[in-house]
Design a protein around this ligand. Structure first.
Ligand code: RUQ
Ligand code: CUA
Length: 625
């Protein structure tokens, strides 16, 4: 068997997937071999199903998966169906490999005094006409009440903004139609206004707000005060409505109080009416912020509160644009809200907010999030049951009307306690129903024990046929909350090398111009009082300067331009004992500023293995006493 394996490794790049499977004894024998170990859930998957997940060496995945990273503060890129982790994008965290949070360029993105952590939950790609357009990703930071934008052409974070008047941005979604004009974000926790200590233990005076941010300028356009708190959010396919769940209608500040009521609600925002109120000046402002704030509490023209059992969590729009589905969490149900009836409500044709509900299927214990296959089926995670349930929306609606139909199609065990789940392209009108990932919060026994902190378990499920089939376990560092699956045809614009005119380092280029430096050519040190600006190039395997002389106490800015034009030829600059490391991709300019506080000799070196003489790619910083 060993021999055979070696042989096929050599031949691999030319093999079809089927040949690869046939020739790879270890994988080919999965059905039988794993059954022998007694791992029941894997035994259940047919080798033919698992076969579809194999991406042979040298071949590419069909989908980009974008995962949030939870308290790691980052976003990750995985290939689907292989589930290989392809890249990590630092967003709210500091990163020692790329120098994110250390370079001047990334500090401009993060802003002054940026906290070193974040808590990313919901990552979503910008839309044009109801489907992904490959321009941007947006993601929330629950920990420090911020949102960020990532440019998809270079996969770098290019904007980070704080959201005023709220605490803990949780749910985040994008306008889908006609394009992503707005980023909507939920302030989860209710707080006093102003939150300056003048109001403390008077929770009845707390409230929170829904925020709309302009996706192009990242300016905050307006906010809406709501009753209760805000958990998750989603938008429709007409551009008119957004919905958000509330799990603490009670406005309590303790656990028992938060679970007291049998129903909380889903609040639906009428975006054109809110915009009109803002235009007509029907708003207030809060504290120092100039953001227009519309009051959406109680019965207003802007909001509709749909009673929803019980402490609902996720809210998801069906890809046919017809329904918002709120996931019951403490109720075994999902609440299906008809967007057509929401139109009627706002037109004044309905009396009771419950009239917009068209189904309340009973699915199992702990429904958290729902996704779709584009064929009329929904898939919901059952946190407590550790299952994904597939159900049919049209049948659930018929059952609600009293017909005797079974809307449940299948339940499949997942391992264990799933939170989000997402099917391929499911949040677009092009939902294609091929793959589904279930992001399980616990992995327990699914992997070699690595200590007390375990990875999470992102399971890949084949949903292309009648029956769901579990086909892959993927460990992830704790803890991604959500993920999206984007067909690779949507990301044709991803660059291979930087454009010298890229705005990411435009300010640094301006600085060089003022110093009369041609970045692609010059290697020089410019002294300006006790400020020293060092310009140099990098080209494998050397820096333009192999020594830099400064004086103790100088503020030193090192600017490096990678003049290599070869794809993947990234250099770095790490300065020993100074906490400095930066990434310089091909044709990129990166800079870093620090104080030379210690006299002596400090080596700098390239930290990306770029050449046979990579270890020799180094130089000395000589700091005169
Ligand atoms: S939440 S596990 Cu932060 Cu998206 Cu539901
Ligand atoms: Cu340049 Cu290693």
């Amino acid at each position: 068997m060993k021999k055979g394996k070696e042989k096929e490794t050599r031949r691999l790049p030319n093999l079809s997937r089927r040949e690869f499977m046939r020739n790879t004894a270890a994988v080919g024998a999965l059905g039988a071999g794993i059954a022998a170990t007694g791992l029941a859930p894997v035994r259940a998957a047919k080798a033919s199903a698992i076969e579809k997940t194999v991406v042979p060496p040298g071949e590419l995945d069909e989908y980009y998966g974008f995962w949030s990273g939870g308290p790691s503060g980052e976003v990750r890129i995985l290939g689907i169906p292989s589930m290989r982790e392809l890249m990590r994008i630092p967003v709210f965290n500091y990163d020692g490999a790329s120098g994110y949070g250390l370079t001047n360029e990334s500090k401009r993105v993060l802003g002054p005094d940026a906290p070193p952590n974040g808590d990313t939950h919901h990552v979503h790609m910008s839309y044009t006409d109801g489907t992904y357009d490959g321009r941007y990703l947006f993601v929330n930071d629950k920990a420090n009440t911020r949102i960020a934008r990532i440019r998809c052409d270079v996969m770098k974070t290019d904007k980070v903004i704080g959201i005023p008047n709220v605490q803990a941005i949780h749910g985040l979604r994008l306008q889908k139609v006609p394009r992503t004009g707005y980023v909507f974000c939920n302030g989860e926790f209710r707080i006093p206004h102003p939150n300056d200590g003048s109001i403390l233990d008077e929770p009845e005076k707390y409230y929170t707000l829904y925020t709309a941010v302009d996706a192009d300028t990242m300016e905050i356009k307006w906010q809406v005060i709501v009753d209760g708190n805000l958990d998750n959010t989603d938008t429709d396919y007409s551009g008119k409505y957004a919905a958000a769940t509330c799990y603490n209608a009670e406005g309590a500040v303790d656990l028992a109080g938060m679970m007291a009521a049998e129903r909380d609600w889903t609040v639906i925002f009428n975006i054109p009416r809110i915009e009109q109120a803002v235009r007509e000046g029907k708003y207030i402002t809060l504290g120092d912020s100039k953001v227009p704030v519309v009051d959406g509490r109680g019965r207003t023209p802007y909001t509709l509160y749909v009673p929803t059992p019980k402490s609902p969590h996720g809210v998801n729009t069906s890809p046919d644009g017809k329904y918002f589905i709120a996931n019951g969490k403490l109720s075994p149900t999902c609440t299906v809200i008809s967007i057509e009836l929401v139109d009627k409500w706002f037109a004044g044709e309905l009396k009771d907010p419950r009239d917009v509900v068209v189904a309340e299927p009973e699915l199992g214990l702990g429904p958290l999030h729902t996704t779709f296959d584009g064929r009329g089926n929904a898939y919901t995670t059952l946190f407590i049951d550790s299952q994904v349930v597939k159900w049919n929306i049209a049948d659930a609606i018929r059952a609600y009307k009293g017909e005797k139909v079974n809307y449940i199609r299948q339940k499949i065990d997942v391992h264990y306690q799933p939170g989000h789940l997402k099917a391929s392209m499911a949040e677009t009108k092009e939902a294609d129903g091929k793959w589904l990932v279930s992001l399980c919060k616990f992995s327990k026994d699914r992997y070699l024990n690595v200590g007390v902190l375990k990875p999470e378990n992102d399971q890949l499920i084949d949903i292309s046929g009648e029956r769901m089939e579990l086909v892959h376990d993927g460990p992830t560092f704790p803890e991604p909350h959500d993920a999206i699956m984007v067909h690779r045809s949507k990301l044709k614009t991803v660059r291979k090398i930087w454009d010298r005119k890229d705005p990411y380092f435009a300010e640094t280029v301006e600085m060089a111009k003022r110093d009369g430096v041609v970045l692609e050519r010059d290697n020089k040190v410019i002294r300006d009082g006790n400020r020293v600006r060092v310009y140099m190039t990098s080209s494998a395997p050397r820096y333009g300067l192999n020594e830099i002389r400064v004086r103790r106490g100088d503020e030193v800015t090192i600017t490096i331009t990678n003049i290599d034009k070869i794809e993947d030829l990234t250099h770095g600059f790490t300065l020993c004992d100074h906490g400095i490391a930066i990434e310089i991709g091909p044709q990129q300019t990166s800079s870093v500023t620090f104080k030379a506080e210690k006299a002596g000799v400090y080596w700098y070196y390239c930290q990306w293995f770029c050449h046979a003489l990579h270890l020799e790619m180094r130089g000395r910083l000589l700091v005169e006493p």
